[in-house]
Design a protein. Structure first.
Length: 188
């Protein structure tokens, strides 16, 4: 059992370090984002907008420092007409927080998948022992007392209780089906 725990612990550590390692991303944590009209707008031919992104200090986040170095030749002499149409914003984001949130979401999904696989593997084991046919009963209180006494006496765990609850639910469903399809009545 300790070998399994150490295996899962080492897998967990390797998985975390694989996401935390230093990655050179395409985007920076800070940037200046300018949305400007297409250069053909100055000439009066189009009305599309273009996005210009540059990594500059906050005080240089404007059309002159971000957009004009890229499109200077296209709008030469019409800068005063072009730049007022640009909207520049300085953005800052924390990619470390984004990474941590993504890792947590992946781990939660992974744990749920592992739990689902555990339950899928556990279901045949629980259903294997319940091969008895359905017997109609009238008093549910007597049934619950007879099932709970051996459970307490034998010291069975949560697994047996889950199995018995599942069996009781399945019997209730079978009884409801029998009443609806065979007798054409609805249970209250």
């Amino acid at each position: 059992m300790t070998l399994r725990k150490s295996f899962f612990l080492s897998f967990f550590v390797l998985f975390i370090f694989s996401f935390i390692s230093d990655v050179n991303a395409q985007y920076e944590d800070v940037r200046c984002k300018c949305i400007c009209p297409d250069t053909a707008v100055v000439n009066g031919t189009q009305s599309h907008r273009k996005l210009y992104i540059e990594n500059v200090p906050p005080n240089k986040c404007d059309c002159t420092n971000v957009v004009l170095p890229r499109v200077g030749d296209d709008i030469k002499g019409k800068e005063k007409e072009f730049c007022p149409r640009c909207e520049c914003k300085y953005e800052s984001r924390n990619t470390t927080t984004i990474k941590v949130v993504v890792i947590i979401v992946i781990w939660i999904i992974s744990l749920l998948v592992i739990y689902m696989l555990f339950l899928v593997c556990l279901d045949p084991l629980l259903n294997k022992k319940t091969t008895t046919q359905y017997q109609e009963h009238n008093n549910e209180e007597d049934e619950s007392e007879t099932h709970s006494q051996p459970l307490r006496a034998s010291g069975a765990g949560v697994l047996n209780r889950v199995g018995q609850t599942t069996d009781k639910w399945k019997k209730t469903v079978q009884e409801q089906r029998r009443h609806i399809y065979d007798r054409h009545t609805i249970l209250n």
